[in-house]
Design a protein around this ligand. Structure first.
Ligand code: NDP
Length: 690
């Protein structure tokens, strides 16, 4: 590793001039200097401008699906060099299990967005939000919401504890949205961020300007940011508040900060129940993973008064059984040090404050522990930032405890244990955290769970209910998953990250667009009712290369007889009275008498629009948005109009998806049913192919 850690700006590695001192970054276990960090002389404004120009242009040339496929390539490149990242992470105190969260977790975010991007976003650059709104009676004026990407740069300021996952959970959605990223890692683990960025650079597939890394301070950052730019921050609440105050109007600033998360043991989860065991195991995991340096870790264990001591004892046993503290280079070690001596001192200071607020240590000691060293020997490690798991107990009436209990964050292997008497009191205690990223509840009693949901959801970004059925499969209290929102109200920063495609949309602007059907069709690439259509050849004869939105087939009318309805009823077994019993059907306020089955009509529609010979249409994979509007009686006639609405070629396959707008009408041209037919269609097809 070089003396000064490089940054990656304007698509090239950059280091300060020789002779620049830089801030030393030390090995968490030994205190050895790993590298130095400095951005003295770095042209930050130039890097941001590079993102807004070159980065925007290169990402703007790609569709959502193309970007998603690149994310998959990045994930594969990192997977191939995972061992290097695991090895390097040990220097920051990360055990193999910790790296499972950080390294594999980060790669997992890329894979998830690669897959969600292709399944849930169109192969286009505009995302449509919600249904079309008809704004004129004759259908000539429509409105709908569209998302387009922000024109600026996403600056991602990350915390020290997850140099990979924490960065990639911000980078992946920004990249998918088409917004270039400037990543600013925290100083203590900046060398791990440099390593994963290097892997991606060396893989050679990063679009120009799409990713830059600033390894060190970013003075004056906010002077260079404006409307269309974003800042995603993770770290302390105080830094977040300071930075937020500097953000100009129009800069989207989100933060994810300290959070005094809670874990509630339900009154039913007494010792001996699977819920009690799951609760204690989870508490042990949250105390020791990343040595408790997790924004989502459990800081307050809220347990029924009668079982407090049993919880502490069970936890003590579990820790004795599972936890070996030391340098992660030693194989037996399951819990590493804190990231730095400064961080250790901070944690011990916070523990002293909790004690001053009335707490007393019921598990662990603040004395420097004996630990396993890298060579496997055991002894003191005065230059390592080691702290053993600590539990601070509070006696007496939990409701009367000072606010400090709910305010002080010891960002290490530290939790308080508070005893409650009623479920309502437990809920009150959760809320006193002032807004958390997550609360978990171990209970098998739905009534307890329902009370806590109603009373605490507003104070939490995520709630996890742990019981005997999900204890083994639960992803855990402290593990945000890319599919679900990560963030929380109030003290937790008020931001939202992840949550699947929500995080992508955060990097885009939602705009209401109004216009004629033809104009909305042209702007969105999706056919709108009322826009021009074309009926030259049956659209089922056209491969994707020839098919255009607006290609249409309109069938002739087909008569509906009572005999048809009865045949269908007997054939399918659907003898519902509305189809079979004239008197009962007529008594129903929705029907004039016996009516045709909706599914019969949909089946007929398929028969009316299908072109049966082998052709480019490969499969029908579903219907969406099916609505039956007008009942159809014997003696009526129906016809169908089928129009190619949206065409989504798949990047890696020889076919794509075609969404067809289907409208069933009766002989009076009243709408009988509307729905979308979903098909897979070959990209190319010659008549005669089979
Ligand atoms: P900080 O809030 O000090 O730093 C977080 C990030 O902000 C780092 O990348 C830091 O960079 C950067 N930063 C600091 N000042 C500025 C600035 N003026 N302009 C731009 N960026 C800035 O948190 P720490 O990492 O030091 O951790 C301190 C405490 O924060 C912990 O003890 C814990 O309580 C909490 N924390 C919460 C986390 C969470 O996930 N919610 C995660 C980590 C910490 P640099 O390192 O270069 O100063």
């Amino acid at each position: 590793m070089t003396d000064i850690l490089p940054s990656y700006v304007r698509d090239a590695w950059w280091t300060p001039d020789a002779g620049t001192a830089g801030i030393p970054v030390r090995d968490a276990s030994t205190g050895e200097v790993v590298t130095h960090v400095s951005t003295e002389g770095l042209d930050l404004a130039g890097a941001l401008e590079h993102a807004r120009t070159v980065g925007q242009a290169s990402l703007g040339a790609l569709t959502f699906h193309q970007r998603a496929l690149l994310l998959k390539e990045f994930a594969l490149a990192l997977t191939a060099r995972k061992d290097e990242l695991y090895e390097l992470s040990k220097r920051a105190g990360a055990t193999v299990r910790d790296s499972l969260n950080d390294v594999d977790g980060g790669i997992g975010v890329l894979f998830t967005y690669a897959s969600k991007g292709r399944r849930e976003l169109p192969n286009a650059q505009v995302y449509l939000d919600g249904p079309v709104e008809a704004l004129a009676k004759d259908g000539s004026f429509l409105g709908r919401h569209v998302y387009t990407r922000l024109p600026g740069v996403a600056v991602q300021i990350n915390a020290f504890n997850f140099p990979m996952w924490g960065a990639l959970e911000k980078f992946a959605p920004a990249f998918l949205a088409g917004v270039p990223s400037v990543v600013k890692p925290a100083t203590p683990t900046a060398y791990i961020a440099e390593a994963w960025v290097r892997v991606l650079v060396e893989a050679g597939r990063l679009p120009a300007g799409s990713l830059q890394l600033v390894s060190g301070g970013v003075p004056g950052l906010f002077d260079h940011l404006g409307l269309g730019d974003l800042v995603g921050f993770t770290g302390s609440a105080s830094t977040a508040a300071r930075l937020r105050a500097h953000a100009r109007e129009g800069v989207r600033f989100t933060s994810e900060t300290d959070s005094i998360n809670a874990s509630v043991l339900g009154p039913d989860a007494v010792p001996g129940t699977p819920e009690f065991d799951a609760y204690v195991k989870q508490l042990m995991v949250e105390l020791t993973t990343k040595a408790g340096q997790k924004c989502t870790a459990i800081r307050r264990a809220i347990v029924p008064a009668g079982v407090r001591d049993a919880v502490v004892e069970a936890l003590r046993d579990k820790i004795a059984e599972r936890v070996v503290i030391g340098d992660p280079h030693a194989e037996s070690v399951t819990m590493g040090p804190l990231v730095s001596l400064e961080q250790r001192d901070e944690v011990l200071r916070a523990v002293a404050e909790l004690e001053a607020a009335g707490g007393r240590l019921v598990l662990g000691t603040t004395d420097a522990p004996e630990v396993v060293r890298a060579d496997g020997s055991t002894g003191a490690a005065p230059d390592g930032a080691f702290v053993v798991p600590l539990v601070v107990g509070f006696d007496g009436d939990a409701s009367a405890l000072p606010d400090a209990v709910h305010d002080i964050e010891a960002f290490g292997p530290v939790a308080s244990v508070l005893a409650y008497r009623t479920v309502d009191e437990a809920a009150d205690l959760v809320g006193r955290g002032g807004g958390s990223l997550v609360t978990s509840v171990a209970t098998a009693d739905p009534a307890v769970a329902a009370t806590l949901l109603a009373r605490t959801a507003a104070y939490n970004g995520r709630l996890l209910f742990l019981d005997r059925d999900d204890a083994r499969t639960s992803t855990g209290h402290g593990a945000p998953v890319p599919h679900l929102v990560h963030g929380g109200p109030g003290r937790a920063g008020g931001g939202e990250e992840l949550g699947g495609i929500r995080a992508v949309l955060h990097h885009m602007q939602r705009t209401a667009v109004q216009g004629s059907p033809a104009m909305l069709t042209a702007l969105t690439g999706v056919w709108h009712q009322g826009a021009a259509s074309r009926s030259d050849r049956h659209p089922f004869r056209k491969p994707l290369a020839e098919l255009r939105i607006g290609d249409q087939f309109a069938s002739p009318l087909r008569a509906v007889t009572l005999d048809d309805i009865e045949t269908f009823a007997r054939f399918t077994g659907d003898l519902f009275y509305a189809h079979m019993d004239e008197e009962a059907a007529a008594a129903n306020p929705f029907f004039p008498g016996r009516v045709a089955h909706g599914y019969l009509l949909v089946s007929w529609a398929a028969g009316l629009f299908v072109d049966p010979a082998p052709g480019p249409v490969l499969a029908n994979y579903g219907l969406e948005n099916l609505r039956f509007v007008t009942p159809v009686s014997p003696g009526d006639e129906v016809r169908v109009v089928l129009t190619a609405k949206q065409i989504t070629p798949r990047e890696t396959d020889e076919y794509g998806e075609v969404r067809w707008d289907a409208v069933l009408l009766n002989q009076r041209d009243e709408i009988v049913a509307t729905y979308d037919v979903l098909t897979l269609v070959a990209k190319t097809w010659e008549e005669g192919d089979a």
